[in-house]
Design a protein around this ligand. Structure first.
Ligand code: COA
Ligand code: AMP
Length: 633
């Protein structure tokens, strides 16, 4: 089939209003919009202004009414608890309606924030959808973050209620969540009124009278609640993501634009049809989990798999193939790091032959650069298209992809292919001028952004402008660098800021530096991302001690490693730090992090002309050698 991509892409840019109005027909509106796109308050754009809609209705109720009541909506597959549970659209609707009733009984209503800190259990999806049902705004926080990070999000979102569980399970380890939550509440200035706690059999949480409410008991006592129509422009959720400082950015998602964009993406970007089973192997704490575990597949009437396990170790490198075969998954979405883990454990892909993958059509990768080695390995062992695509928490859905639903384009390894309809992507120099094909520059998107992308940051319009719109007027700055080739294929090479990507998780080295600086013996520090064969990148810290400190360097290095785990969480994968006498800097005092990273990665580097004292680079190399670099990655 010839690809319709070019024609559809051109139309999306030439007639965005007509294009998205047509896409919006896939959604049930309580009241249709007055204006498809409102640009009257630049640089802010609002989609489907005047429209009234309910996200949960579009995910569940309308499918129950429309003939999918007995189709499975959600499959909870948990190798760590040896559980597989299936929920039809009717069952999930009923459960969500009860949960919404429980939330309402606890005082949650339209516009209230609910923070969700849950492992990958069905209650995570239920709680999100219950908020959507009430018009409340959820903010899901990934379980691998430490209490201090949770507290920062509480202080910004000011949730009325927190939904959590007694524990998460990380392969063989039970991780009690309640002590983490209690500590976060102690640290936060904005305390919740109540916490709704799911007690899991693997660990019982101690409940605080007057604060904690048992999830099962609350649902048992609840009355089912109907969907509350909200403005299309009302926030559906806030998701916090790493910025360049220790303060996370609260990305806002609206209801209407999100519904339209995500519903459009399922058939067109992913080529998945209603009734088919789809699996995003991520976590509800990340944007991929929001968009493609919970919302998009349900908007589109698919069956979505919610997986509580890992690619390897639960129990082995055949776990992905078992899930795909058992649930008839037609397409999977995961991060390249998961496939690097599989490649390492099962290099010949021997586990694959033990499962019936007849229905499996496509593998999608995103979240970090898909290295050609891993992509080619996956293609070889799966004998199916392996499609890299590129997006960010901010956009909520892909900006560049090989839109299989429109007809697949030739794959070029190392490229997520072409801009997705709706996104006009350019590569520009520091002055905002277009770069020639093949030349690396900043990747930007011409404003206005399509529906589904962030309208602003939570209660922070100025921060939104400063972070994304100020550097390149008229464009959204992605903070990724890369190039477009002569055929219009995009190549994403890395970030232009201090964000690193660890096992597909986005983390700020600036935030880690703030933690290191907090150690009483540390005068100065730098954290860089270094190459890692499994996780893509891992952080590595350098600390300069205050004058007069004469404790053992190893001891201090161990302490700062512990401090990052305590303050940011295990997800940071911060395992190595080294003490140095001084940091390499330019004469104007800028730390040469890029040069340090090249030394750690064993790559050739030039001594910057502006360096203060070139001898420091040798000291850095010597110090790196003591912790196994170069060569460790
Ligand atoms: N709750 C509590 N702790 C968590 C957690 C959670 N939800 N998720 C991760 N952690 C912990 C891990 O247990 C680990 O702790 P440790 O330092 O005590 O070992 C630490 O955080 C780092 O986790 P991770 O980076 O996931 O490393 P890993 O070694 O456990 O697993 C992979 C490596 C590649 C198997 C794993 O990262 C993976 O499956 N990645 C898939 C990619 C993905 O889901 N990306 C999301 C965006 S699409
Ligand atoms: P997150 O907001 O966590 O989804 O992280 C977004 C960042 O991950 C992007 O800005 C990129 O740096 C990186 N990223 C995501 N997908 C890709 C991809 N397909 N190729 C290269 N980098 C990617």
């Amino acid at each position: 089939m010839a690809s319709r991509y070019d024609e559809v892409y051109r139309r999306s840019l030439g007639d965005p209003i007509g294009f998205w109005a047509e896409a919006a027909e896939a959604i049930d509106w309580e009241r249709r919009w007055d204006i498809v796109r409102d640009d009257s308050r630049p640089p802010f754009t609002r989609w489907f202004v005047g429209g009234m809609v309910n996200t949960c209705h579009n995910a569940l109720d309308r499918h129950v009414a429309g003939g999918r009541a007995d189709q499975v909506a959600l499959i909870y597959d948990s190798p760590v608890t040896a559980t597989v549970a299936r929920y039809t659209y009717r069952e999930l609707r009923d459960l969500v309606a009860l949960a919404a009733g429980a939330l309402r009984a606890l005082g949650v209503g339209r516009g209230d924030r609910v923070l969700i800190y849950l492992p990958m259990i069905p209650e995570a999806a239920v709680a999100m959808l219950a908020c959507a049902r009430l018009g409340a705004i959820h903010s899901v926080v990934f379980g691998g973050f430490a209490p201090a990070e949770l507290a920062k999000r509480m202080d910004d979102a000011r949730p009325k209620l927190i939904v959590s569980a007694s524990c998460g399970i990380e392969v063989g380890r039970v991780i009690p969540y309640k002590p983490l939550l209690d500590e976060a509440i102690r640290l936060a200035h904005a305390k919740p009124e109540r916490c709704l706690i799911k007690q899991r059999p693997q660990a019982a949480a101690a409940m605080t009278p007057g604060l904690d409410v048992d999830w099962d008991a609350a649902l048992a006592a609840a009355k089912p609640t109907e969907c509350v129509a909200v403005a299309a422009t009302d926030p559906l959720y806030i998701i916090y993501t790493s910025g360049t400082t220790g303060v996370p950015k609260g990305v806002v998602r609206d209801n209407g634009g999100h519904l339209v964009a995500l519903a459009w993406s399922m058939p067109n970007v992913y080529g998945v049809q209603p009734g088919e089973a789809w699996w995003a192997a991520s976590d509800v704490g990340w944007v991929v989990g929001h968009s493609y575990i919970v919302y998009a597949p349900l908007f589109h009437g698919c069956t979505s798999v919610l997986y509580e396990g890992k690619p390897v170790g639960t129990p082995d490198a055949g776990a992905f193939w078992r899930v795909i075969a058992e649930h008839g998954v037609v397409a999977q979405f995961t991060a390249p790091t998961a496939f690097r883990a599989l490649k390492r454990e099962d290099p010949k892909g021997e586990h694959i032959g033990r499962h019936d993958l007849a229905r499996f059509r496509t593998l999608f990768l995103a979240g970090e650069r898909a290295d050609p080695d891993t992509v080619q390995w996956a293609e070889r062992v799966l004998n199916r298209p392996v499609l890299d695509h590129w997006w960010q928490t901010e956009t909520g859905w892909p900006m560049a992809a090989n839109c299989v639903g429109l007809g697949m384009l030739p794959v070029k390894h190392g490229s997520p292919t072409k801009p997705v309809p709706g996104y006009r992507i350019q590569v520009v120099d520091e002055q905002g001028k277009d770069m020639a094909a093949g030349q690396i520059g900043s990747i930007v998107v011409k404003l206005p952004l399509p529906p589904g992308s962030l309208p602003t940051l939570w209660h922070n319009d100025e921060g939104f402008k400063a972070s994304y719109l100020a550097d390149f007027p008229g464009f959204y700055k992605t903070a990724d660098a890369g190039y477009l080739d002569a055929d219009g294929y995009l190549y994403v090479m890395g970030r232009t800021d201090d964000i690193i990507n660890v096992a597909g998780h986005r983390l700020s080295t600036g935030a880690m530096e703030e933690v290191l600086s907090g150690h009483r013996d540390v005068a100065e520090c730098a954290v860089i991302g270094v190459a890692n064969a499994l996780k893509g990148q891992v952080p590595l810290g350098f600390v300069v001690l205050k004058a007069g400190v004469n404790r053992a360097s190893e001891e201090i290095a161990r302490e700062v490693v512990g401090l990052v785990r305590e303050k940011i969480g295990p997800v940071a994968s911060f395992r190595t730090a080294t003490v140095v006498a001084r940091l390499p800097k330019t004469r104007s005092g800028k730390i040469l992090r890029g040069t340090m990273a090249r030394i750690a990665d064993g790559k050739p580097y030039t001594t910057p002309a502006t360096i203060d004292d070139p001898a420091i680079l040798d000291e850095i190399a010597a110090s790196l050698a003591t912790v196994g670099y170069p060569g460790k990655g």
